[in-house]
Design a protein around this ligand. Structure first.
Ligand SMILES: Cc1cc2nc3c(=O)[nH]c(=O)nc-3n(C[C@H](O)[C@H](O)[C@H](O)COP(=O)(O)OP(=O)(O)OC[C@H]3O[C@@H](n4cnc5c(N)ncnc54)[C@H](O)[C@@H]3O)c2cc1C
Length: 409
């Protein structure tokens, strides 16, 4: 088949790799509108919680061990998280995972795609979906959350788009934070916070978030990028070793603040056009799963189309949708819960810091009634309290490792 992948993000590139590995007779092209080495964002974090078979690297390994090895080489592990609520001593949370620089991830995928015979073109944009569909046997639409092409066919995919309430900005800090850190700071206009983690020996991702009221109250709606970075760097200085925050300002010189787009599609294909990754669905960044989902979609699509001929596509694409949609929907529900937790920080910040940390850790299980604070079983909360001591943390790590080993076995 003659396959066009629109978008050179993780979803488009890994779809191309998976298609070529499934059948080297496919002619596959990836078209990316940005220049080479010009991706957006900084590092991404992946959690090892849950079923190890559901892990990002495990999924990649099952399709292409060579890509998995290259990604393993640049993944930076993290173990444990801590939460600072104002001036209170940090509260420890469990968890472990790894981080990867987004540009490194893209570079690995581009090299591998080219090595498998994919034609990867940067600086080229697909502008007309109907024309692309007519000229190719299969179009993989992997052009991200803001996909203009998907919007042009929104009725066929039955797309629903909604913007999250909070505003956030994805930043870089030229220092490696010691831990995966959540830092919540009070201001006269309300709470502002960041999630940060190191993704390279000398760099960390820092995602700053707050309510729109706090954002406007602090004057960020009218501030140039340089002033915004100076203000945020000062505010979070004690968590960042005093290092400056850096952004990629837009063409008007403004920081790239955004509302997170929540996207669902009832149908993931129309004719010979199929959706992959953020174009098909988004999952709020606070659960760190969007990249994994994009790579899993790509692997599943590669398996579904394998050696099919163009006239065998409809059942293959239906099979891909049937496999992926329910899994993704379940994760999107978790992501919505998590995003919702961060929309009510003002109320939760009245808890004592240990209870606040627990509420943050268990946010995906938050009750539907937002006035009722989730407490979990007393055993779980007791474990969380014990984690505040070194010996409790060691016990928790052992317990988590045993659980993971049992799941793997
Ligand atoms: C603040 C923030 C933090 C995040 N943190 C994490 C995290 O820690 N862990 C995690 O797993 N995920 C994270 N994500 C999510 C992750 O970035 C996405 O889920 C992932 O990038 C999806 O990959 P994709 O290939 O579907 O889309 P993208 O990576 O968005 O790639 C789409 C590509 O298509 C290109 N494109 C668009 N239109 C066209 C066109 N018409 N023609 C040609 N090219 C086009 C774009 O330039 C882009 O390069 C985060 C997201 C945000 C916003």
């Amino acid at each position: 088949m003659n396959i066009l992948c629109v978008g050179g993000g993780p979803g488009g590139l890994f779809s191309a790799i998976a298609a070529r590995l499934a059948d080297p007779r496919h002619r596959v092209t990836v078209v990316e509108r940005r220049p080479d080495a010009g991706t957006y964002g900084w590092g991404i974090a992946v959690s090892r919680a849950g079923d190890p078979r559901d892990d990002l690297l495990a999924g990649v390994r099952a399709t292409d061990p060579s890509t998995a090895r290259a990604l393993e080489d640049c993944a930076l592990p993290w173990s444990g998280q801590h939460v600072s609520l104002g001036d209170a001593p940090p509260v420890h949370l469990g968890g472990s995972g790894y981080c990867i620089g987004r540009q490194r991830l893209i570079d690995v995928l581009v090299d591998r795609a080219r090595a498998t015979g994919v034609d990867v073109r940067f600086g080229a944009e697909v502008a007309d979906l109907g024309r692309a569909a007519a000229e190719h046997d299969l179009v993989v639409l992997a052009d991200g959350a803001g996909s203009r092409l998907r919007r042009s066919w929104a009725g066929r995919f039955r797309t629903v788009e909604r913007a999250g309430r909070n505003v956030h900005v994805w930043l870089n800090c030229p220092t490696a934070l010691a831990d995966f850190t959540y830092a919540f700071e009070p201001t006269p206009a309300g709470w502002i916070w960041f999630y940060g983690y190191p993704y390279a020996p000398d760099a960390s991702t820092v995602i700053v978030e707050c309510s729109p009221e706090t954002w406007a109250g602090l004057g960020f709606d009218a501030m140039e990028d340089a002033a915004t970075m100076a203000s945020l760097s000062r505010r979070f200085a004690r968590h960042l070793d005093g290092r400056p925050l850096q952004s990629r300002p837009d063409e008007r010189g403004r920081s790239p603040w955004a509302h997170f787009p929540m996207i669902t599609n009832e149908r993931w294909y129309a004719g010979n056009v199929v959706l992959v990754g953020d174009c098909a669905h988004t999952a709020h960044f606070s659960i760190g799963s969007g990249t994994k989902l994009a790579l899993q979609d790509a692997a599943a699509l590669g398996r579904a189309v394998a050696s099919r001929a163009p006239d065998e596509l409809p059942p293959a694409l239906q099979c891909y949708q049937d496999r992926r949609l329910p899994v993704v929907r379940a994760l999107q529900r978790d992501a919505e819960q998590s995003a919702g937790w961060f929309e009510h920080v003002e109320r939760r910040a009245r808890l004592d810091p240990v209870a606040f940390g627990y509420s943050l850790r268990t946010r995906k299980m938050a009750p539907a009634d937002e006035n009722q604070e989730f407490r979990g079983s007393s055993l779980e909360y007791g474990l969380h309290r014990a984690t505040q001591w070194r010996v409790g943390r060691a016990a928790r790590r052992t317990l988590a490792a045993t659980r993971r080993a049992a799941l793997r076995g």
